[in-house]
Write a protein that binds this ligand. Sequence first.
Ligand SMILES: [Zn+2]
Length: 548
Amino acid sequence: MPYIPQLVLCTLILVAGVAGWTWGPVAPWALVLLLPLPHLIVLSGRNLGGAGSFRMGALVTIVGRFSGVFAFALLVLCCGWVQWLRESLGARLDLEGWPEANFIWVIFPYLIFEVLNIDAQSRASCAEGPGRLSWRSFHLRMFASTLIPPATYLAIAGLVGSNRWLRVQVEQVELVGAAVFVALIGGLAVYLPALFKASWRTYELPPGRLRTGFEEISKSVRFNSRNVLVWDTGKMMANAAIVGLLPSRRVVILSDALLSDLDEDELKAVYSHEVGHSHHHHVPVFLAWSVGVFLLADFALRAFDPTNAIAVLGIMVAFLGAWGLAFGWMSRRFELQADLFAMRVLGSGRPLVSALEKIEGTLRDKATWRHFGGLRRAHFLDECTQDPAGALRFEQKLKRVSQLGYAICVFGLVAELGLMAQGLPEDRTWAALGLGDYPSAQDRVERITNPDPSLERMVKRTLDVEVAVGTSADSLARAWSRWQERDLKAAADWASMAYLQGNLRAYLIVEILEFLEGEEPLRGSLNPARLPSPWRVELTGALEAARQ
Ligand SMILES: [Zn+2]
């Protein structure tokens, strides 16, 4: 996934733009002026190198890889792109609640800039002709496949957000939210092979000696898979992978460059290495650890219940860091275990080592986050041949790591389900308020022993409402009349109700009212300018008076 850093940066820019950390005028026409920027940066990097300024050229080339992101940053942060869209589409475009379909228009310029960047890169790295065409088409496909998971998430979130009942259930009832999340991740895991197949150019490995050899290996270690695919990268990438969790859907993928560079024994070694990952359940172990660490972080957040955003961020960064270290540690050792598996299947480590040599050029000892260097991997196979007992100890250690991961995951899931089940009656009462079903909320809160005081208070407020089904407009009108009576507490409660019922801007009213009541400190982000008109004028005045 070569475009992940770009996508992460793009997301950060988006968040900053939507949160209003922008400078400069609202100038949407800058989009047109920025279009030539990727070509300008990338080609000037090449020309500098060509003219002998190698260091400057190299620097500009590195910057050039991010020229699409750079142009997007200028548009969003300095030319008011988000602001303009809000005004011209009447769109909300904020980070609260479910993402709305209009986010497509926010991201759209980035897609154009990145495609232009890919075109510029193809011109800088290949001479005109079929080479350049295949370079461009390969990178466009890689870019498209990186977009698949976030696009799927946005599409499903958009669907959930557009259905009022489902949205309220997912937001208020933790068990429902968790079920939707699990279904989403599970669906992605199952259908990932099909999605990749659609965006990458692949075809079945034709029948012949090689395919028969692979099938014999599969049979000897009882490995089932749907297919062996050749990945057409225009000979640009020597890589192999196993994709998919279910035996009926998983496929082994070998790239065209790998097939043309390696001989039959080396390819069998690579294939066995991939089968080794599946044999030792490496992906389920990673998933178990990831879910386990995620749930532990959730417990830490519940236990300390930090109110300031920095503390929440600190806990999340600490857990993400721990997960990253653990993931890297395991990944490098799982690679060794898959190597060991391949050596046992073929009866020799030689083909795998020579395959690694060919892929890496000469064996360098260059480790990455996920792999040890080839030299270390070759040494490891030597050691295992000389000391089988040591190899056994190594595998037992990994087995304990796997079991620990499963244990943490199961423990976390049981505890989390317990907490969610415990909170279910309150969650469903909140959901009833969110749907405006006051009789049901009144009925439910009766049956809870020691309900959350704020929930109890909110339900009590609905007792004197005549309508059977409340709406957010209705609740906001009530908040307004309580505000006119200077009953801040009641006004804040009705504004919260409007927020629960889908008016996301009402949350800002709640925050300002709570500050005016002296309950919450004022945060810098409170800006009444984003409020609807009667509230905007009055709350701006009240805030100014309170600040003096
Ligand atoms: Zn591997």
